[in-house]
Design a protein around this ligand. Sequence first.
Ligand code: BES
Ligand code: ZN
Length: 633
Amino acid sequence: MRTLALLAALALPAAAQAPLPEALLRPGVDVHSAAHRGGPTVKHLDLDLKVDFATHRLGGSATWALAAAPKAPTILNLDGRDLEIQTVTTSRDGKAWRRAAFQVVPVSKALGQRIEVKVAKGHRHVRLAYRTSDHAGGLQWLEPAQTAGKRHPFLFTQAQAIQARSFVPCQDGPSVRITFTARFRTPKELRALMAADFDRHAPRNGDYRFHLDQPVPSYLLAFAVGDLEFQSLGTRTGVWAEPSMLAKSAKELEDTEAMVKATEALYGPYAWGRYDLLMLPPSFPFGGMENPKLTFATPTILAGDKSLVSLVAHELAHSWSGNLVTNATWRDFWLNEGFTTYVERRILEAVYGRKMAEMEAVLGAQDLRGDVAKMAPLHRPLLPDMGEDDPDDAYSRIPYEKGALLLRRLEEAYGRPAFDAWLNRWFQDHALRSVHTADFLTHVRKHLLSQAPEKAPDLAAWLTEGTIPADAPRPESPAFAAVEAQVQRWSKGDGQPLEPGQPAGYDMDSPKRLIDPTGWSTQEWMHFLRALPDLQPTPMAALDKAFHLTDTGNAEIAHEWLLKCIRAGYEPAWPRLERYLVEIGRRKLIVPLYRELVKTPEGLARAKAIYAKARPGYHPMAQGTVDGVLGVK
Ligand code: BES
Ligand code: ZN
């Protein structure tokens, strides 16, 4: 017996490291989509929708082609959220249609409804005539006043993670990939755009057609309607924006083509043809969304000095990690965002140099520590326990930054050449497929760790523990160390009172004499503000007078400054705080400010007063999050 076991152990391939728990090696089930219940899988969508700004509804039809004609009568399981399904018809050949029975079954608040359609033997095509509700979670309808131009309304979608089902009845999970064609009818003075192939030069006539021939998951379905114009950035890159934003956007994004080239040099050809960006109005709840061929982006990255274009590197990186190789379930989200955050920093390093990449990595590590302290223990592991809850409830920097640190840990252990070769292979081996964490484990063990099993990190701990592993790399930035030295110098002071007649306090000194921010980047300013101790209003005023922080036009610096202002009770910043929270709807920038406000009774009152004005302009996802912070609704 003994010798047999020993022989068996010796016979294991070289790739075998410390055994991984069985549960990690089993692909998980996508519990967030009705498709996991079985039945046919959809393969192609033909979408035909009319966009009605008066009622805030989309109406028309979604026609699905199944992967195969059913060999026996069956039930097609689709996801929906508050859709009004009018009729369902099915067809063998896509020409002759007949009515089909269907039922809409409530599942849960998080998941919406399941649409069960009876499909006859041999019927490969299923058409649902429907309209969306006037509060679809994946749509934001903007009044003209909420746009840059103030003259036309605007509509955009945000499908990730499980909101596509609020505007298309679909198998709304990341492991079902579909191709599509689409037609949108809109008011004729507006242009519809879709994250897909289309004729950029088509006239503005209110009738627009799109198609995408590479299969993508439903969370990448995306379109927008507004007063939109195009400006080229390079041979295959460009930007869409409202006319008044176009020139500024193009200037800010002028390095986009260089980023595409840099990423190709690292990870192989860009697979999607064009890479364009769409600048949305400031209520867009995210920084960016990697919709295929057309990244949707917040205008809060328009700092005027290209200092916030790491967002472009990030969304572009998703063209490999995410859109080409897709997390199979939302539990595997780190396979999208951790890989993307790692690749983002490699792009930054290639285009802007190591200093920039490392500053971003340090800021990311700071965010990670903050979220590990804040998130529920359940959500702290890379592979969290989210059950059937809305994946959005688990949203944090953890999959991004802990995931990126794990890849960096592997890079440092095996060296860049070997690691890069493995990552290239990962993308190639899984292109246009959806992957589980189990696939990652098998692949990395076979193709990277096997080269030196003794160097392998404890992957089970990295994936399942709620802490930052002790062997996690610690990004360091000499530039930030220099910033910290200046904070130190100022907080020690030079013994001079801030104002005549006032006592000399340790941090009461005139900042201009002791802090020299000449040449600081946005990232150095952010680090400076994070590194400051909590201050009283008087030194805050001194800083403000010296550096005009309340008036900064940089949304990230303003965010860090306003956080300090709330903590300090620095009243001169209140009007700016209100404007900021009313004008911007990007969750990452507004939610921490509300969280800080609600810590004191006066702050809570201020937050509620501001939110009463701001809420109507927020996206449903931002409304949901802020409602939770303020305990309203
Ligand atoms: N895919 C995400 C946005 C997302 C994730 C939307 C989950 C809905 C659910 C996108 O790529 C992203 O990560 N955006 C970041 C920007 C980035 C620079 C880290 C954001 O919006 O903050
Ligand atoms: Zn991302």
